[in-house]
Design a protein around this ligand. Structure first.
Ligand SMILES: Nc1ncnc2c1ncn2[C@@H]1O[C@H](COP(=O)(O)OP(=O)(O)OP(=O)(O)O)[C@@H](O)[C@H]1O
Ligand SMILES: Nc1ncnc2c1ncn2[C@@H]1O[C@H](COP(=O)(O)OP(=O)(O)OP(=O)(O)O)[C@@H](O)[C@H]1O
Ligand SMILES: [Mg+2]
Ligand SMILES: [Mg+2]
Lengths: 259, 259
């Protein structure tokens, strides 16, 4: 059965999109079938996977608004084999206001992804979320099996973690009882910065079972890759960023075996 | 007359909070009276200026919901002389839903800040915004004289700029005709990363008059300062981050003289 994992953190710029793209790519390179759903009006995951803005005629916005049951037109091939994308664009930024009156608005994404998961076309569906805890992110929590939390090794990022965990628990109690935390992954870790070690220590103290062993280093090649529409794994297969996301994929697959 | 400047960019983690705090501090050190309004439910600007979460009994959320005309209880002293704060906390994350039915919701912040500006207690009011173009940010655009845009020297950050400019122009046409761009400031600039020079070249090409000469370098001391509740200017007055924000303050004051 397809597993749906949302990549969430309301703190901005912590590596949500980078993690969705590169974890997706690492899993796809391990011959798993992956779908990345771009649930951020910024459309960064779509760009980073090679789906240009002018190609995005059918997006997650239309799919959720029309409740279309024929999904093929919304699923785009990415720059990576075994990895497809449902893109987004700025139309999505009006969605929250448009459905504000609808009592079932929290389930819009769930109603799209559940049938897709049951069709078993994919091994994993990764949902890239915007930097907020508003409706789009709540919809992702309602429509997912688990949540993957990128945690930037910085002070402000650590401050927001407890609020995120409270929100996950609230959704779990009221809207999606099966929801759980897939894990927390430290990102942009700079070995020269002692602050990073402090953040790591705090995170492992409060979330001893959730923080992955794999830590994603700060690596310039990671930030260069999106301008080529490629994941770093394709852009530079030997850099430290690539190696770290490949290790993360293996650690998650190992975790799946044990569950 | 007090000038109200909002610090806005829907891209996450680009240095909005860091710029609001440190530009505010640099101006306060130049004997100007500064108020920082924290309009982000994350409350990072409040934390970074030394107002702890448990002290925030009265926040911008209560002020806007109650439309209180006595502002003093909402204004907190920061860790910096001449710099006050109206803090925020997670209560603010419910605001957009709570006022969704109110036809005048775009003016909530304007109705608070205008009278305060007319009282001339402050030279500048800086509003730190969340990473989105939703209601809170629209309210800041409606309630401001100008917009300061921190632009991270990265590819994804550049991609979002044209959308931000469209939104600013839309608000200018419909809700706040006096609104203009104060300027664009490049942040987290890493001299070793050729991508940064490419982003700078693009930004100066498309916005030749808006991009400041001052560029904020990537500097570890900037990310260490918030854990001490201090701006970097107080935390380490000789580091490159401090010098850059002091130059930015001078460049903005020079700009003000010419207008
Ligand atoms: N490990 C890393 N090393 C260096 N740069 C990185 C790393 N991870 C991400 N980046 C860069 O940092 C920036 C922020 O990352 P990204 O956009 O993935 O974060 P995000 O959480 O998705 O942001 P948003 O909150 O805006 O959605 C991007 O420019 C990205 O290329
Ligand atoms: N010039 C810089 N050099 C090094 N680190 C920086 C710099 N500017 C900001 N930072 C750090 O980068 C992170 C992101 O900055 P900041 O929180 O100010 O961005 P933001 O745009 O306010 O984020 P959000 O979108 O979540 O509101 C913080 O941890 C901050 O300390
Ligand atoms: Mg993103
Ligand atoms: Mg911020």
């Amino acid at each position: 059965m397809t597993k749906i994992i949302s990549v969430i953190n309301q703190k901005g710029g912590v590596g949500k999109t980078t993690t969705a793209i590169n974890l997706g790519c690492a899993l796809a390179n391990a011959e798993l079938k992956i779908l990345v759903v771009d649930l951020d009006p910024q459309g960064n995951a779509s760009t980073g996977l090679g789906v240009e803005v002018k190609q995005r005629n059918k997006t997650i916005y239309e799919l959720m608004i029309t409740k279309d049951t024929i999904l093929n037109p919304y699923i785009y091939k990415s720059s990576v084999k075994n990895l497809d994308v449902i893109p987004s664009n700025v139309d999505l930024s009006g969605f929250e206001t448009e459905v504000a009156e609808d009592g079932k608005r929290a389930f819009f994404l769930n109603d799209v992804l559940r049938p897709l998961a049951q069709s078993n076309q994919y091994d994993y569906i990764l949902v890239d979320c915007p930097p907020s805890l508003s409706l789009l992110t709540i919809m992702a929590l309602v429509g997912s099996d688990t949540v993957l939390v990128p945690l930037q090794s910085e002070f402000f990022a650590l401050e927001g973690l407890s609020q995120l965990v409270k929100t996950i628990n609230r959704v779990k109690q009221n809207l999606n009882t099966a929801l759980s935390i897939q894990g927390i992954v430290l990102t942009m870790f700079d070995k020269r910065n002692k602050l990073c070690y402090e953040v790591e220590k705090e995170a492992r103290k409060y979330f001893p079972n959730e923080v992955y062993k794999t830590v994603i280093p700060r690596n310039i090649r990671i930030s260069e890759a999106p301008s080529h529409g490629l994941p770093v794994i394709t852009y530079d297969k030997n850099c430290s960023g690539t190696k770290a996301y490949e290790r993360l994929a293996l650690e998650i697959l190992e975790q799946e075996k044990q569950n």
